[in-house]
Design a protein around this ligand. Structure first.
Ligand SMILES: Cc1ncc(C[n+]2csc(CCOP(=O)(O)OP(=O)(O)O)c2C)c(N)n1
Ligand code: SF4
Length: 294
């Protein structure tokens, strides 16, 4: 069984002091330890960005993919070895921008994997340009006159697209985030955890304080039913925040928006996965005769 200390590499994280990535790192390491998995039980995949630098800070088998392409790589891993739990780490620019198409199709295919989005509403690594989740009117180096368009609402998109597990967390509440990670890891199907992860260097609007003044937990809401897709979608839309809103005007829900217990995954629909490729590889073939010919 993997321990937190086994996951940590000799290399210390290079994220800015106070960055939400540190809290997400802590939460995920602890949940992996608590899950009882061994290194042979899971694989991790990263996109490109500050979040993706996590590839250097978690010891695991896995792959550091191209910008926006973590999900296709993760899909390949999940289908070639269905016994692995695949954990994918992406950024908002990475996963909802350049990788937006993969996001939609991974959701509708219900590929059994856990997808974590480090949503800091900015391009962190490339010094603060607007991302698909930056709030409308936000000024950034790439939008000096303010962002013109509406942001992507990843939770709403996923629910509308038939997702079977959709949650939103906040890096400033590690215990709550851990509970979401645990549920996502246990889910049979595509589990999305969108995490508000303040970038303390480039996003001076959506700060830890900004969120602390606004977040509330869905599980504490009277009558909230995460098995009701319509309720989940309406909640994701009605509370979709805007940069300009005051704490008493807008609230940001965190928690499990939607969960379907009995799900049919992409893997379930592929009978050939009963004879996965990696199992053939377990029986080594003698190729000395072939080598003789060279
Ligand atoms: C195809 C491609 N386009 C652009 C880049 C440059 N690039 C590297 S990281 C990044 C943005 C990262 O932002 P985000 O995904 O939000 O992650 P964060 O750094 O905030 O964690 C960009 C545009 C790239 N590496 N590859
Ligand atoms: S630039 Fe932002 S997202 Fe990147 S490490 Fe620093 S605080 Fe974190």
């Amino acid at each position: 069984m993997v321990k937190v200390a086994d996951i940590e590499r000799a290399l210390e994280p290079t994220w800015c002091p106070g960055c939400g990535n540190h809290m997400m790192w802590k939460a995920l390491k602890e949940v992996i330890e608590e899950s009882g998995m061994g290194f042979e039980d899971y694989a991790m995949v990263w996109g490109i960005g500050c979040h993706g630098n996590g590839a250097d800070f978690y010891r695991s088998q896995g792959f550091h993919g191209l910008h926006g392409r973590a999900l296709p790589v993760a899909t390949g891993i999940a289908l070639s070895n269905p016994s692995l739990k695949v954990i994918v780490s992406m950024g908002d620019g990475d996963g909802y921008g350049i990788g937006g198409n993969h996001f939609i199709h991974s959701v509708r295919r219900n590929i059994d994997m856990m997808a974590i989005y480090h949503n800091n509403q900015i391009y962190g690594l490339t010094t603060g340009q607007a991302s698909p989740t930056s709030d409308q009117f936000m000024q950034t180096p790439s939008t000096p006159g303010g962002v013109v368009e509406e942001p992507v609402n990843p939770v709403g998109v996923a629910i509308a697209q038939g997702a079977t597990f959709v949650a939103r967390g906040f890096a400033g509440d590690v215990d709550h985030l851990k509970s979401l990670y645990r549920q996502a890891l246990d889910h049979h199907g595509f589990s999305l955890v969108d995490v508000y992860q303040p970038c303390v260097t480039w996003n001076k609007i959506n700060t830890f304080k900004w969120f602390r003044d606004r977040v509330y937990k869905l599980e504490e809401l009277d009558g909230y039913d995460p098995s009701d897709r319509t309720m989940a979608f309406e909640t994701s839309m009605s509370t979709f925040h805007e940069l300009t809103c005051a704490p008493d005007e807008c609230k940001v829900p965190i928690g499990v928006f939607y969960r379907e217990e009995e799900t049919f995954t992409y893997q379930d629909g592929l009978p050939q996965l009963d004879r996965p490729m990696w199992k053939h590889a377990e029986e080594p073939r003698d190729i000395s005769e072939i080598l003789e010919t060279y």
